[in-house]
Design a protein around this ligand. Structure first.
Ligand code: HEC
Length: 177
């Protein structure tokens, strides 16, 4: 009882101070005050919980708050995304330029899962996998015993920026849907 009460007081206090500190600014503060998009699984549309502390860069925080990928069209991030795409073996199944191999082409504009036309949708598909042959890549999901084994939100946003640089969609057109 006491423990539970203590915990809720602490949570309340942290929540309030977070609002105080960041009131009035944009994307990052929205995330700090708890405003966040709701992720869903590509498999069945049910809620997908991703720990908010994994969104640990300004770009990842902005994505969590708005569903927009700030790395779209940014040359440095796109170059890093290409390396990360190789690092996590996406290349093996989707081809070196994401044009398709064992797995489908990722450049669009048409996708197996229509939601992958948005950056939020593609993020969910890669983070948690699909029913039709792709396993999850998100942190701790490639090897559940190791919470550091897997792609981070920031890395995945860079990979998506690289994928989008090959296609006609930015994925930010319809950000929060
Ligand atoms: C072991 C092979 C394999 C690896 C590795 C892999 N994928 Fe896939 N991926 C697939 C297959 C097969 C599908 C088709 C799944 C389906 O239709 O359900 C797929 C589907 C996808 C889709 C959905 C495409 C659509 O048309 O909707 C995206 C996006 C994607 N992969 C991105 C990635 C990224 C990014 C990585 C690296 C982090 C990756 N994949 C690694 C095999 C793989």
């Amino acid at each position: 009882m006491n423990y539970k009460l203590g915990l809720s007081v602490i949570l309340l206090a942290t929540g309030l101070s977070a609002c105080d500190k960041h009131a009035g600014t944009s994307g990052e503060s929205a995330a700090a005050s708890g405003e966040a998009i709701k992720f869903v699984k590509t498999q069945d549309g049910s809620p997908l919980e991703i720990k908010h502390e994994l969104f640990d860069t300004p770009a990842a925080k902005e994505f969590l708050a708005t569903g927009k990928n700030p790395y779209i069209g940014k040359d440095n991030a796109i170059a890093e995304g290409k390396k990360i795409f190789q690092l996590y073996s996406c290349t093996q199944c989707h081809g070196p330029e994401a044009g398709g191999q064992v797995g489908p082409a990722l450049t669009g504009p048409n996708y197996n899962y229509a939601k992958d036309a948005t950056n939020k949708g593609m993020f969910e598909t890669v983070w948690n996998g699909t029913n039709g042959g792709m396993g999850a890549k998100g942190k701790g999901l490639m090897d559940p015993s190791d919470p550091n084994n897997g792609i981070s939100p920031d890395e995945l946003l860079k990979v998506i920026a690289w994928i989008r640089s090959h296609g006609s969609l930015t994925g930010n057109e319809d950000a929060a849907s």
